[in-house]
Design a protein around this ligand. Structure first.
Ligand code: RUQ
Ligand code: CUA
Length: 865
């Protein structure tokens, strides 16, 4: 816990920024602090987590979404939410579970033919190379319906779900091995491996636990079920696990509870499970050589096939010296391997101690076959004392551990005490404790379980929030709390309520390690990464019929869906392939047909499929569901479903009056004239961009490419307009000319953004005073009347310092006290011309000096505005 010096204002604002703006900012700050009742420490903490607009976070967190079956992505230190990822649960915004491609992924999670539409997500894991995060793949387990899902960090989409073929419950997943060759998944509630009925009285004989070792291909990011196997284990309730690294690479570690093998029976007068399952003083840590077992699993004589899946029986594992047990304190929970792989820390939920095991000692005992006995299943037991480095009393309810970059330092959650404890597992000493709110489960360090922990922060994932937030009813949000661990002692910075299930564990990675796409290759099936069979380019849109099957090849681009009418017969089976032709960043279109329970999200370049039977008759608008441009509302069309067995009466009795040929011609001429003048603006921007070598700046040239994507569509439209005119269809010619105008507006929009971006990169560097001046200029509202480079409701200020004798002095005086100069003949002329008086904005002298510096910078770069 941290104490702060009270002279913080000078620390916060004083020397670093300079006394100049300190005074006015201090006044403002004191005012806000008083109004909001903030202490000095609060303000420092706020400053540590605040991201000004546009500033990004250092870390990205992937949190389990608990019972929502999704994942939550947020940034640290700002704790701002970035995304929910649909994993085990349909997620309509992303079209997940609604379009055919994602349905295929979601339905890989069906169990024994049954659709499952939720998941109890617990432990996410990021793929590793040499025990360090590589930013490529993310996996997460489902405790309720034993499954693992794979998410591609190139687009944050779920790509694969595998069902555990033998477990009926699991918890100790998912854990990557140090080079992501395998993923460990441990069972939880023991059950028979087969799918048959076995009476509970046969628990010891027929019920089993285990660990599944999934083969993972880190190149393509897919689990390979055929090359995977399960290690059979006794019906102890296996719990959290971890895979070894460094010197323990090749080994896996899994906790357990209920080594009593108690099966309850409260309804027949037996003591309840909770009593029977926690009777023993110790349970077992399972230690297994998955690498050796993987090799063994390749030989058919070492495996039993259950539900089409390889299982290595316990006796085979024992015979090959690949499975051992070590006693561990009462009902343990987390087991966490340290960054070197030598130490494993086990926390006993019902014990106040953490136990630090030394893998070197374990290995020696194994090598010397030094066992203290065997369990009822014949598995050798190693001596607890001889495998321990030591034990430390931490507090009540220790659960999970995260490592720090400082050798020997570790952070542990204390569930019952509602604390995070910092301690040294080598010296076996407690260093510091911090209160959290309340009942912490997991905690997440920054890459805190890798070979390369970053320190900086710990996030406490609290199970209860009780009184921390606005009451939103009896179901409270979860509370993630960010703790600064950069100092000697911990300091709790901020709370984040999470309203999406109970996230058990989260993993954090440096943002710099992630490199997701901004768009897809045109026509990508995003769930497979392959070119989509329904990929449709501009001009290829069509509707094909084959008996009752109707296939629509559609495209979406600002601001139309092509085709705009789809007419089918009731009962037709309709497949719509949709390709988003955009190449611009963030130009996603959504697609739905009203009343048909369909939705898809089409990010730039993506192709997706919607399939349905047109089983209800009528008129159904379809439209783009993302506000994608000023003409988003117009991005629509109609599905018309008619009953082939019905006769429809025509309603086309009333003929609308149409325009005269003269009126039409006049409208046509006007439209063309507007287009010509718009084009002139575009050409001037293009000239500026070319003159200033825009190609040399990637950001700018990307925008120019986007702009030309729009502009290059114009000749095609022009041809159509001219053809229509030639045929005498002026009405149609006007519509095509209108289309040209739409394209020009979009071009100009992006083009001007490109120009602004170019100005920023080629202009001379602003002094820090000029930077402040630009801010003061904007915040003081000066830009309401003065647009740099343009006369607007006030004069253009380029060259203002040169327009007057002693320009700097003149402008300063005018800003500070405009009233005193209204009589000046020049000022008077301006007031008359613009019909506006320069107001007094009560700027400080420092702000005025900064604005002068900014105006000097404007003049230096006058050619750019
Ligand atoms: S759990 S609160 Cu990882 Cu599922 Cu420990
Ligand atoms: Cu596309 Cu709205």
């Amino acid at each position: 816990m941290k104490r702060f010096p009270s002279k913080f204002l000078s620390v916060l604002l004083g020397t670093a920024v300079g006394a100049t703006i300190a005074s006015s900012a201090t006044n403002e700050l004191s005012k806000v602090m008083k109004e909001r009742g903030l202490s000095e420490i609060d303000v420092v903490r706020a400053a540590k987590t605040y991201n000004p607009t546009g500033v990004k976070d250092k870390y990205v967190v992937f949190s389990s979404g608990g019972q929502s079956g999704q994942m939550i992505v947020y940034g640290v230190p700002s704790m701002r939410l970035l995304k929910y990822i649909g994993v085990f649960t349909p997620e309509p915004w992303q079209g997940y579970g609604f379009d055919e491609e994602s349905k295929k992924v979601l339905r890989q999670g069906n169990i024994r033919g049954r659709e499952i539409n939720w998941g109890d997500t617990h432990h996410p894991a990021l793929s590793e190379t040499d025990g360090k995060y590589d930013g490529k793949w993310l996996v997460i387990n489902d405790k309720a319906n034993p499954r693992i899902a794979v998410i591609d960090l190139a687009d944050f989409e779920t790509k694969q779900i595998v069902v555990n073929p033998v477990f009926k419950s699991e918890h100790g997943g998912s854990f990557f091995t140090q080079n992501s060759e395998h993923i460990l998944e441990a069972a939880q509630y023991a059950a028979p491996f087969d799918n048959n009925y076995h009476p509970i009285e046969e628990y010891k004989e027929a019920y089993r636990g285990g660990v599944t070792v999934w083969k993972f291909d880190p190149k393509i990011g897919r689990i390979k079920p055929k090359d995977s196997f399960t290690i059979e284990m006794p019906p102890y309730m296996q719990d959290l696990s971890d895979s070894g690294k460094g010197i323990s690479d090749g080994w896996g570690f899994t906790n357990s509870f209920n080594t009593e093998m108690y099966t309850g029976g409260i309804e027949i007068g037996m003591p309840p499970n909770e009593a029977g399952m926690s009777r023993n003083d110790t349970d077992f840590l399972h230690v297994y050589n998955w690498k050796k077992l993987y090799e063994l699993s390749k030989d058919a004589k070492n495996v039993k096939i259950i539900n089409d899946h390889k299982v290595i029986p316990m006796d085979i594992a024992v015979k090959n010296d690949a499975l051992f047990l070590i006693p561990e304190p009462k009902s343990p929970h987390g087991v966490d391997v340290d960054p070197t792989g030598q130490y494993l820390i086990v926390c006993g939920k019902l014990d106040t101690h953490a136990s630090v095991y030394d893998f070197k000692k374990i290995k020696k005992l194994i090598k010397n076959k030094e066992y203290v006995g065997k369990d009822p299943y014949g598995i050798p037991i190693l001596d607890m004392k001889k495998s321990l480095h030591g034990q430390v009393e931490l507090g009540l309810g220790p659960l999970h551990n995260q490592y720090s970059p400082v050798d020997g330092e570790v952070y542990t959650s204390l569930y019952v005490d509602s604390q995070v404890v910092k301690w040294n597992f080598k010296k076996l000493k407690v260093i510091d404790k911090e209160n959290v709110h309340y009942n912490i489960g997991h905690l997440a360090g920054m890459e805190g379980k890798t070979a390369d922990p970053q320190g900086d922060y710990i996030i406490a994932l609290n199970k209860l929030s009780i009184d921390r937030f606005q009451n939103v009813g009896p179901l409270h949000p979860q509370n993630h709390q960010l703790i600064d661990i950069s100092g000697k002692t911990m300091d709790l910075l901020v709370d984040m309520p999470l309203p999406l299930g109970e996230p058990h564990q989260a993993v954090a990675i440096r943002a710099s390690k992630l490199h997701p796409h901004v768009r897809y290759e045109m026509g990508t099936n995003t769930r497979t990464g392959e070119q989509h069979i329904g990929k449709t380019l501009a001009g290829e849109e069509r509707i094909e019929r084959d008996g009752k099957n109707v296939t629509v090849y559609a495209t979406l681009v600002r601001s139309h869906i092509n085709p705009e009418r789809i007419t089918v017969n009731k009962g037709d089976k309709v497949t719509i392939y949709m390709t988003n032709l955009e190449r611009a960043q963030d130009e996603t279109h959504g697609f739905t047909i009203d009343n048909y329970d369909l939705h898809s999200s089409l990010e730039p370049g993506k192709t997706a499929t919607l399939k349905f039977e047109a089983d209800i008759e009528g008129v159904f608008p379809y439209y783009c569901t993302e506000f994608c441009s000023a003409l988003h509302l117009e991005m629509m069309g109609y599905l018309l479903v008619k009953d082939p067995n019905k006769k429809y009466e025509s309603a086309q009795k009333l003929k609308m009056k149409s325009m005269t040929p003269e009126e039409l011609k006049a409208e046509y001429d006007k439209t063309v004239a507007v287009n010509n003048s718009t084009d002139a603006v575009i050409q001037s921007v293009v000239k500026f961009l070319k003159d200033n070598k825009y190609q040399e700046h990637k950001v700018v040239s990307d925008l120019v490419t986007d702009a030309f994507d729009q502009y290059n569509q114009i000749p095609e439209q022009k041809k159509k307009a001219n053809a229509a005119l030639k045929e005498g269809d002026v009405e149609k010619a006007i519509l095509f000319e209108n289309m040209i105008w739409q394209l020009m507006v979009k071009t100009a929009d992006v083009g001007i953004r490109a120009k602004d971006a170019l100005v920023r990169v080629i202009a001379t560097k602003q002094s820090s005073s000029a930077v402040r001046g630009e801010t003061a200029f904007a915040e003081g509202g000066c830009n309401g009347c003065h647009v740099i480079g343009k006369v607007s409701s006030g004069p253009d200020l380029t060259g203002v310092l040169m327009r007057h004798e002693n320009g700097v002095d003149w402008v300063s005086r005018f800003i500070l006290s405009p009233e005193s100069m209204y009589k000046d003949p020049y000022v008077k002329a301006m007031i008359d011309y613009f019909n506006l008086k320069m107001p007094n904005q009560h700027m400080s002298e420092e702000e005025v000096d900064d604005i002068i510096e900014y105006l000097k910078w404007v003049d230096e770069n006058a050619n750019l505005f």
